[in-house]
Each structure stands twice: as C-alpha cells, then as structure tokens.
Design a protein around this ligand. Structure first.
Ligand SMILES: [Zn+2]
Length: 316
C-alpha cells in the first residue's frame, strides 16, 4: 500500500498543495492565490485546496503538513515570527484543525524545502545536506546525521542573519552586517537603485529612468555583458555569499549544499561564480566548491517537505 500525505506550501503570494507519496512523488497538485490580509480567509483557502486534492486523488492520507514562512511556537500554537502573511497572534493550527477535522503539522518553509529536497531532490541519499534558499531573503535548512536541525526554538539555520561584516549596514532584523543585507535578491535590488543614482550614465540608471524594476537576473546578465556597476554589485554579493557558504561548510560539513529559492533560477551563472569565490576564500584548504549544486524540485520542494514531515518514520 502506497503511503500518502497532503503537503501545503503557504507563501506570501500563492498557496500550493499536493498529494505526495513516501518517495516524494507529487501525485496531484492544486494552487490558489494567497488572500491578502484576513487569516480566516487563509484558513478557508487551505481547506478548499485540501478538498480539491481529496476529490482528485484517492486516499487514505496519513495527515496534512504545512510549510509556512515563519517560526511557529508549538507550545503556544501560534507564530513567533511570520513573513508576508497576516497570521501573527492568530491560533493558526487550532483553527485549521477545527476546519479540516484532523491534526496538522506546521514547519518553517525553508526547513520544509530542505526536507523535500532531501527526500526526493538534490539531497537524496545524503546524510549531511544543506538547502540554501536564496530569494528576497536568505535561509538554510540543515540536515545532519539524517535529521533536520531545528534547534531549541525551531530557529536553527538562519544563515541570512549571521553577521558577515562587523559594523555593516543595518538589517531589518535589527542587527548589523547580516549576510542578507549583502547577498539577498532584496539586497541586489537595493544596491542597483543606489548605483543608478551615483552613475547616471550606467545601464542601471537607464533601467531606472525607464521605470523598470531590476531583477537579479537583469544584474547577472548585465554583468556578463561587461556593465561595470552591475558587475560590482554581483561580485560583491557573490563574495559575501561565499563567506556564508564557507561558514556553513565549516560548521556542518555537508556533502551537498543545494541552492534553491528565486535566485536559483540564475542557474550556472550564479553557481559558477559562487564556486570560484568559495575556492578563492579557502586558499589553504581542499576544494569544497564541488559540493554546491542546484536544487531540483523548484516550487514543489516546500509541499513535498511538508508531506515528508507526516510520512517520515520516527522523529524528524
Ligand atoms: Zn539580520
């Protein structure tokens, strides 16, 4: 008998659901737009996804797991931190369990994506694996000895808020010089806007005059074409990212680090630069840049991981 669970990935713009088997295969999918502000509407949307999945894929399911962009306090049953969703202070789990009529498990989205990639993607077969999410923000899900490292408060793996520059610029988290301030998609966009002001003759300034939002992909493309300010931004971000990755390697000694999140779409344009920067920063150590790879599951990682929490035998 194939074991099945429902995994739901609740994002700031979309909610993705899937029926997933124990090998991490997605047998059915459903998606909705995330309701803007009302937590009760978010609950209703999740219920409607679960109902749709139950209609299209025959059960039985062993449970429902959710991936959410925040830190959920198991004891209090509500979020300690939550990004882009109006769920702070809301009794999310109890309302969902009431509406769905069964228990649900809630996991941080980066941790869930790490479990997803570990189960059926880039980390398959590795006992020591890290999923590094590079998007608007930066986070990591760390698997050591075949277990997800959660820490005492479910907050382990927050590599984006490790300090890589003492006295660096202020991060929205309140600290200074966090990796996220230098190397996230948000940081790239901010630096592009700054340099557009300083260099009115640059491609960045032209884009700004055209009212065009600059993406990480634009910047990498312009850098490849030899645009000096874009190159400066990209090189700086990659150097800091390499610091972060080297720190992860020294701390956890993973055999694979998979890059996921929005910036993963840059593919080899990012990976090859990052590998070169990693080598450069470790002149006296063996080359570890080959441990870097691309995440494989794309948008499915979160929901596959959310289902894996239900299907994993023993304690995850
Ligand atoms: Zn920070």
């Amino acid at each position: 008998m194939v074991r099945l669970a429902i995994g739901i990935d609740v994002g700031g713009t979309k909610i993705l659901g899937g029926v997933v088997d124990e090998k991490g295969m997605v047998l059915a999918r459903a998606r909705r737009v995330t309701p803007a502000r009302d937590p009760e509407q978010i609950v209703r949307m999740i219920v409607s996804i679960v109902e749709e999945l139950r209609r299209v894929a025959a059960g039985p399911y062993e449970g429902i797991g959710l991936a959410v962009p925040g830190q959920f306090d198991e004891r209090r049953g509500s979020f300690v931190r939550i990004a882009n969703l109006a769920l702070m202070g809301f009794p999310f789990r109890s309302r969902l369990e009431e509406a769905l009529g069964e228990p649900v498990r809630i996991e941080n989205d980066t941790n869930a994506a790490a479990l997803g990639e570990w189960r059926g993607g880039a980390g398959d077969g590795h006992k020591h694996f890290i999923y590094l999410a590079l998007g608007t923000g930066i986070g990591a899900g760390v698997i050591v000895h075949g277990r997800l490292l959660r820490g005492a408060h479910g907050a382990a793996g927050e590599i984006g808020h490790t300090v890589v520059e003492k006295d660096g610029p202020q991060c929205p988290c309140g600290n200074r010089g966090c990796l996220e301030v230098f190397a996230s998609g948000g940081a790239l966009a901010r630096r592009a806007a700054e340099l557009a002001e300083l260099r009115p003759d640059s491609l960045l300034a032209t884009w700004k005059r055209e009212g065009r939002g600059v993406t990480a992909s634009d910047l990498f493309h312009a850098a490849d074409q030899g645009d000096a300010p874009s190159r400066e931004i990209v090189d700086e971000a990659v150097r800091y990212l390499a610091v972060g990755v080297n720190n992860l390697i020294e701390l956890f000694d993973p055999t694979v680090i998979a890059i996921g999140g929005g910036m993963a779409q840059l593919g080899d344009r990012l990976l090859s630069r990052l590998a070169a920067a990693i080598r450069l920063q470790r002149p006296g150590s063996p080359d570890v840049s080959g441990r870097l790879t691309q995440a494989r599951l794309g948008d499915d990682a979160g929901l596959v991981g959310a289902a894996a929490i239900i299907l994993q035998r023993g304690d995850l």
